[in-house]
Write a protein that binds this ligand. Structure first.
Ligand SMILES: [Zn+2]
Length: 364
């Protein structure tokens, strides 16, 4: 008989799905089981409301305010996310090689998108490969090889000559780039603040749009019919007025534009959700925002008008399905977070997890 020492028993309410609630699960050899293991001893019990490990679908590990950071700083970023319940990260672009994290059972799992690909001088300095359209396919090929099934483009940014946000890539360049990524089995997402960059990207077959503040009523049916997901990053959009103030004197048109996008942000997200566009939780941690904001982003989605259980799904059940990772299924790695009360009743409980279990071990 195999040794069953160190079995973990999670009991209370296990939220396997939004409507699939069970009384208990067991963790044996790091994996979830719904059958009490025979011969279990040294059983440790955790009680409360259990969710699958939260997903932050827009997070940057290994990125700081001025570009790449050292491994120690990247480790702290990942631990901060973990300690607030984020156990699966879609890294939306990092200039650092964080592949070493994969060997650490105590750190969140990361799905990488390689390094951001931006047009020359059209993004935050030190973050992206800054290139011209004729090189886009080659860079997409390269970053698809570095990532875990995603590639990240910067789809629009301020054009300092025009003084406003404008698309960064011509249509034929993104068409070729997205086709190549798909041929390689990678999905593509793009940073987009403005309205003008969206149509070309979506008609070219893009899979997801980050921020998507420029999503207007006329574009919503296009997104919905093609199933293009959005990751609104509302905790980041909240900083737009401050950015607008900073750029006011030099770029008044851009500032006014950023303010308009900010003012209608909740309506944008609510309209997208109402139209059936998949909406996922992303904090945009790293770079300018701190890590550990997942609970705040879920609360923002609720403020925008998304029902609490759907906002939860956007960081748990449906987010994991979208990224091709298991939740609390039999046999899956035991990555789960336990709370004092029902997060479906009030998502604010996400800010204070009682216990965090990663790869079957209590880590927080
Ligand atoms: Zn980002």
């Amino acid at each position: 008989m195999s040794d069953r020492a160190g079995v973990l028993h999670v009991k209370g309410r296990v939220l396997v799905g939004p409507d699939d609630v069970r009384d208990e699960l067991w963790v044996v050899d790091g994996r979830i089981s719904y059958d009490r293991p025979a011969g279990a001893r040294d059983v440790r019990t955790v009680e409360g409301w259990a969710l699958p490990g939260l997903v932050d679908a827009h997070c940057h590990v290994g990125l700081g305010a001025h570009g790449p950071v050292d491994d120690g700083t990247a480790e702290k970023q990942a631990l901060t996310d973990r300690d607030l319940g984020t156990l699966l990260i879609r890294d939306a672009g990092s200039p650092s090689d964080t592949r070493w994290v994969d060997d650490r059972e105590d750190l969140p799992k990361i799905i990488r998108a390689g390094r951001h690909i931006a047009r020359t001088r059209r993004y935050i300095r030190g973050y992206a490969h800054e290139i011209e359209p004729e090189d886009l396919v080659a860079y997409v090929t390269q970053e698809a090889g570095r990532g875990d099934g995603w590639v990240k483009l910067v789809g629009d940014w301020i054009d300092r000559d025009l003084g406003d946000l404008t698309p960064t890539w011509p249509r034929d360049a993104v068409e070729a780039a997205i086709a190549e990524a798909h041929r390689l089995g990678a999905r593509v997402t793009a940073h987009c603040f403005s309205e003008d960059s969206l149509q070309d990207l979506v008609e070219s077959g893009i899979d997801c749009i980050e921020h998507a503040t420029g999503l207007t009523e006329d574009l919503i049916p296009l997104f919905a019919s093609r199933g293009v997901a959005i990751v609104p990053t509302l905790v980041n959009i909240a900083t737009f007025p401050k950015l607008a103030d900073g750029g006011e004197s030099k770029f008044p048109r851009w500032s006014a534009h950023m303010r308009r996008l900010h003012e209608r942000r909740y309506d944008t997200v609510r309209s997208a959700y109402d139209a059936g566009i998949p909406v996922f939780v992303g904090t945009d941690a790293g770079g300018t925002l701190p890590h550990g904001l997942v609970a705040a982003e879920v609360a923002e989605l609720v403020t925008a008008g998304i029902p609490a259980v759907e906002a939860l799904a956007a960081t748990t059940w449906s987010a994991r399905k979208w990224l091709g990772r298991p939740g609390l299924e039999e046999g899956a790695a035991a990555d789960l977070v336990v709370y004092d009360s029902d997060p479906r009743a009030d998502v604010r409980v996400l800010a204070a997890p009682r216990r965090i279990v990663l790869n079957g071990k209590i880590v927080g």
